[in-house]
Design a protein around this ligand. Structure first.
Ligand code: SF4
Ligand code: SF4
Length: 543
């Protein structure tokens, strides 16, 4: 009888899963969610939501999304024996429905006063139906161990799958995402850290940002006559779009791509920033054009606020690299090899990423990997990696973890980055500011690195098996709004089209799509309400 297993990667921006034949390891189906089911754009938002709305509610949203995703795989779920899950400790704890307050508060005294006891996060095997997963009565769920409270299976995956630990020279590996796990390998030691970069470099919280889908601008290049846009077509292939004047958006020459551009992906944002900095049109966060915007094809543009958002993400990444180097007694000239993993790390133009500061400065060789988290989940599901291996690995990493939230070097460098990206400080002042903190200088980037892209797609076998995209992974949350006069201002203000207001029995009710809502980092609807009566937090899952 055929036996199946499922590999599930729970990322901050969504879930990805693959069904595998347990005996042969063959990939049978792939499904991904377009968004994360919990309101919010980053892990802090998700934890915030869980703490305010209740961990049960947050867990319910995640399990519901997993059930919808597994159902979309089109396999007989009753024949699934193992579900292996990968993700950071926040996501895995929310999925497993265990205590998360110890992850949210770093202070021991605070935890003690709240009576919070940290649950063991040393790996677990639990019954699938006990977690609420439907249709797989005989399956177990394997949860890998955490390394520290902020990094876990994602970091283990990044190191195990890329083989960076075998490197004979210092190298830096980063799993690019909303929460960027990173590790410096030097002299047999592994220094780890995790930077909350936010979703801007994935195209979210960007005015015209969108996922990689038909109509998305995925790359931009400077040409003699203007900027050439590359747009994703209906077959998900990136084709040559129009050449435009970036100051006005005027079309210089039409491309071969006939689909109208509708937005821009994270890779497109990185490319546009790189072109903007190279051509001198961007002086962060200001854009040197008549209306203060960079114009691409068909009205898609980059605003100064977008530069600010992307800059904060780049700043967090660069502050993270430099902090790890400083901890290890090294600096940028000591690391010539950089690994980029995760979907963003694979698809982005590595040279442009290096130019804008997403890669350790001075890298001469860049290796781009795909999604290492799902690869680790696959290996666990197929029994190629066992719990003892994972625990040994986690133990090794624990010794040299750097917690950026409390690291003074990180705070100092982030202050420099913030000044650069958000306050108009020119790059020429960067090293002067490093002097203030007694930190070494950043040399100017010279020469182009060699780039080796290991895989064509971030999901294993994506070229063989069609990827199903689940656009409605979330659940509707409903709440009564006392005092609402139904003016509609909140609905109009919502940038994600996540909110609606309806009258029932003389009362006004709000309905929010959990996966569309940007959560605590947004709250624009609440702020715009003229009577201050809208509060999303008490909204409950619509039964
Ligand atoms: S405006 Fe309100 S409902 Fe819309 S995304 Fe923001 S927080 Fe969510
Ligand atoms: S803005 Fe306030 S009063 Fe107006 S519809 Fe929304 S909740 Fe009601």
């Amino acid at each position: 009888m055929t036996e199946y297993c499922i590999a599930l990667d729970i990322g901050t921006s969504g879930f990805r899963c693959q069904a595998l034949d347990k005996a042969t390891g063959e990939t049978l189906a792939t499904s991904v969610t377009a968004r994360h089911p919990i309101p919010g754009m980053n892990v802090i938002d998700h934890v915030n939501y869980a703490m305010v709305a209740g961990e049960e509610v947050a867990n319910g949203l995640m399990i519901d999304a997993a059930n919808k995703l597994f159902a979309s795989l089109g396999i007989d779920l009753s024949k699934v024996s193992v579900v292996a899950v990968c993700g950071n400790p926040f996501q895995l704890s929310l999925f497993q429905n265990i205590e998360i307050r110890d992850l949210a508060y770093a202070g021991k005294n605070m935890l003690k006063s709240l009576g919070v006891v940290s649950p063991p996060r040393d790996g677990d095997v639990v019954n699938a139906s006990g977690l609420g997963l439907k249709g797989m009565p005989d399956a177990v769920v394997v949860i890998p161990p955490a390394v520290t409270h902020e990094i876990g299976a994602d970091a283990i995956a990044m190191l195990m799958i890329t083989d960076v630990l075998d490197s004979k020279e210092p190298c830096l590996v980063v799993d690019y995402g909303t929460n960027a796990e990173m590790a410096l390998i030097a002299d047999g030691r592994v220094y780890t850290g995790s930077a909350a970069a936010g979703p801007a470099l994935e195209g979210q919280q960007i005015e015209k940002g969108m996922l990689a889908a038909p109509g998305a601008i995925a790359d931009v290049d400077i040409t003699e006559n203007g900027w050439k846009c590359s747009v994703i077509d209906e077959s998900m292939i990136t084709r040559g779009g129009d050449v435009v004047d970036p100051k006005t958006g005027a079309t210089v020459s039409a491309g071969t791509m006939h689909k109208k551009a509708e937005g821009i992906t994270g890779t497109g944002v990185v490319a546009a920033l790189s072109c903007g900095l190279e051509s001198g049109l961007i002086h962060p966060p200001r854009i040197d054009s008549p209306d203060g915007r960079l114009h691409l094809q068909d009205g898609v543009c980059i605003s100064s606020k977008d530069v600010d958002e992307a800059g904060k993400a780049i700043g967090a990444l660069r502050a993270g690299f430099l902090t790890l180097l400083h901890e290890a007694g090294l600096w940028v000239e000591d690391v010539k090899l950089a690994y980029m993993s995760g979907a963003s790390g694979l698809y982005v133009d590595a040279v442009k990423a290096l130019k804008i500061g997403m890669v350790v400065p001075g890298a001469e060789r860049i290796i781009q990997f795909g999604n290492t988290s799902i690869e680790l989940a696959r290996r666990i599901a197929l029994g190629k990696v066992d719990m003892a291996d994972l625990r040994d690995f986690a133990k090794r990493l624990r010794a040299t973890h750097c917690m950026f939230a409390t690291a003074q070097t990180f705070k100092d460098i982030y202050a420099v980055e913030y000044s650069l990206w958000c306050c108009g400080m020119p790059m020429s002042e960067y090293n002067n500011m490093l002097d203030i903190y007694s930190l070494p200088h950043l040399p100017e980037q010279t020469g182009a690195p060699s780039v080796n892209r290991i895989s064509a797609t971030d999901l294993p076998d994506a070229e063989k098996v069609k990827v199903n995209i689940l656009y409605d992974a979330g659940t509707v949350l409903k709440g009564v709004i006392d005092g609402c006069v139904q003016c509609g201002a909140c609905v109009e203000e919502c940038p994600e089209d996540a909110l609606r207001i309806e009258e029932e029995g003389g009362m006004a009710y709000g309905y929010v799509k959990s996966d569309r809502c940007a959560g605590t980092s947004c709250r624009r609807c609440e702020r715009v309400c003229p009577d201050g009566v809208l509060q999303l937090t008490p909204f409950e899952i619509l039964k």
